[in-house]
Each structure stands twice: as C-alpha cells, then as structure tokens.
Design a protein around this ligand. Structure first.
Ligand code: UDP
Length: 333
C-alpha cells in the first residue's frame, strides 16, 4: 500500500512527503516541475510526469500499489489566475478530472486534496467555518471549489472518497530537512519580508493600510507547513478507516490556527526574530484581498484529531528564517 503525492516537489507537497515518510508510509511522487523543485523530493521515488498523462499515471498507480492519492499539483497564484483564468481551468480543473479518470481505471478511490481559504471569497463572518458561503472572488478559488464539487459528484457516481483541506496562510519550513518555501516569483508575505531582511529586496511593500482592522492592514491566519503536513497524514488515515467500515466521504476541513495577525504585526515579529530593520512602505491595496481571513479549525480537531504543534507566529517566522538564511537562493545554486 502506498500513497501517490502529486505536486510532491512543491512547497506544501514536499513537506507532506517528508511527514508521510517519517510515519512509515510508502510514498511515490509525481510532479511535472512546472513550479516544483526536484531537489525538494527527499527519500521517495520521483516521476517527472504530468497528471494529465493518463496511461503513465495508471501505470505508476499500479506499479506502486497506490491506495490513496494526495493531490497538490496545481497552479496557485491568485493574481495570475485573474489574468489567465483558462490556465487555471485547464491545469486545475481539467487536469484533476484526468487524474480522477486514471485513478478510477487503476481502482484507486481515495483522494486528499489541497484546497484553500480562497473558496470562501469575502467571508460573511469570522472565524470562517466550513459550512459558510463559498463565493470565490478569483479563478484560483473558483477552480479549487469546482474540484471540491467534482469530488461530490464522483462520490455519488463512482464511490470516490475525498477530503479537501482548505489551507489558510502556509508558512515555515521543515525543522531538520533542507526543504522550505521557494517560489519564483515570490508573492507571499513572509518570504518577501525575509528576503528584505536578507537585503535581497530593498523593502516590503504593505498592500494597503485602510482596511477595517486593528492597524488598517490585512489580517491573516498563518499556519506552519508541518502542521498542514500532519493534517494530510490524518486525512489519509481517516479515508482508510472509513473504507474499512464500508463508508465514503466528500468532506472539507479548514486548517488554520484561529488567530489573525496583521501585515504590520507580521513584519514586527520578523524584525524581532531576525534582528534586522526590515524597511516597509505602505502601497496601494492588492485587488481581491479580503480584510480578514481567520479559520475555525474545530471540525479538523474534532473529526481528524488534528492538533497544530507550531501555532506560535514567532516559531513559524523563525522556522522560515532558518530556511531562508541557510538557503538564500532557495533550491537555486
Ligand atoms: N502582502 C503585503 N505585501 C506583500 C505580500 C503580501 O502586504 O508583498 C499582504 C497581502 O495583501 C495579504 C497578506 O500580506 O493581506 C498575505 O498575503 P500572501 O500573498 O502571503 O497570502 P494570501 O493571503 O494572499 O493567501
């Protein structure tokens, strides 16, 4: 029995691979390296393959006796999705439909899916719960939601069992292995702040300070990547348990710490952690940014038994800082 991780050479994927291996799972990774890094796959067989390649995926699923897929492979930039929505419908929705077809042909009927807080759009209340309205404000969130809906219908039609994990703001790096966050271009707040601390960029631009929040800057719920990784492991275990009792699922869980920090607060924490000045200037708002995104993760705690172990923002930033300091150019030499 092994687990196929698609997009396992990406940021959250590579940390989840490490977590699964550390818990004795057999893991196989597929990634087309569109945005991933082969160097981030440590200790698992790796196939440079595209999830749309039906025959190759069926072959890999059979060859490795895969029983569950953990699916990260996707495009995930909000701004890009607004400029080029068809890329997101193709690479996220259509590609996942192809992956599901290959899974069914190989008789693999369990999938854990990398979803996002972006499925909610502008939230109607805080903290956000899973049964709150899902009204995405960009194609990225829209395509992730479409995939969640696809799982619902595939459960009805084919008995597919799925768990969708809606992440809030992932950050941090593996505590011991040389893996961490590396996007090119980088758009996420914490790596950008740390690049400024390293002198790789002159300053951090704060996207708006006129939001209705504690200091006018956007509030987000930052969650350590290793805590996200453990939720994937627990979701795999849940799907296996359900199957033993003859049940299927099409469930969604929020993953966050339930505490929000403003952009300015994150910069202040990073100044403390790094001891660097980190110049910051206030710029215009970024289109499509909700003022506050904070998760209720009660459902994940109750149903998955999930317990975030690195909830402290200082620890999250410190862990990211160790990675950025030791790998100032990420996976590039
Ligand atoms: N942000 C910012 N400057 C940056 C990058 C991000 O002020 O250079 C803000 C962004 O507007 C949002 C928060 O930081 O309120 C987190 O943004 P990120 O892109 O990391 O994650 P998102 O919340 O979009 O998933």
């Amino acid at each position: 029995m092994s687990i196929l991780v698609t997009g396992g050479a990406g940021y959250i994927g590579s940390h989840t691979v490490a977590e699964l291996l550390a818990h004795g799972e057999e893991v196989v990774v597929v990634d087309n390296l569109g945005t991933g890094h082969a160097a981030s796959v440590l200790g698992a067989p790796f196939y440079e393959a595209d999830i749309r390649d039906h025959d190759r995926i069926v072959h890999i699923l059979r060859e490795h006796a895969v029983d569950t897929v953990v699916h990260f492979a996707a495009n995930s930039l909000v701004g890009e999705s607004v400029k080029n929505p068809l890329k997101y419908y193709e690479n996220n929705v259509a590609a996942t439909a192809r992956l599901l077809g290959a899974m069914l042909d190989a008789n693999v009927k369990r999938i854990v899916f990398s979803s996002t807080a972006a499925v909610y759009g502008e939230p109607e209340r805080t903290p956000i719960r899973e049964d709150d309205a899902t009204v995405p404000t960009n194609p990225y969130g829209e395509t992730k939601l479409a995939i969640e809906r696809m799982f619902h219908w595939c459960r009805e039609a084919y008995g597919l069992s799925s768990i969708s994990l809606r992440y809030f703001n992932a950050a941090g790096a593996h505590p011991t292995l040389p893996i961490g966050e590396h996007h090119n271009p980088e758009t996420h707040l914490i790596p950008i702040i740390l690049q400024a601390a390293l002198g790789q960029r002159p300053e951090v631009s704060i996207f708006g300070d006129d939001y209705p929040t504690v200091d006018g800057t956007c509030v987000r719920d930052y969650i350590h990547v290793m805590d996200l990784a453990s939720a994937h492991r627990l979701a795999v275990e849940r799907l296996r348990r359900l199957e033993k009792s003859g049940e299927t699922a099409a469930e969604a869980f929020n993953l966050g710490n339930g505490e929000g920090f403003s952009v300015k607060q994150v910069i202040d924490v990073a100044r403390e952690v790094t001891g660097c000045a980190i110049p910051a200037v206030v710029g215009p708002r970024r289109a499509g940014d909700p003022a506050v995104l904070v998760a209720s993760s009660d459902k994940a705690r109750e149903v998955l038994g999930w317990r975030p172990e690195r909830a402290d923002l200082r620890e999250i930033v410190d862990s990211a800082w160790r990675w950025h300091r030791s790998h100032p150019h990420g996976y590039e030499r």
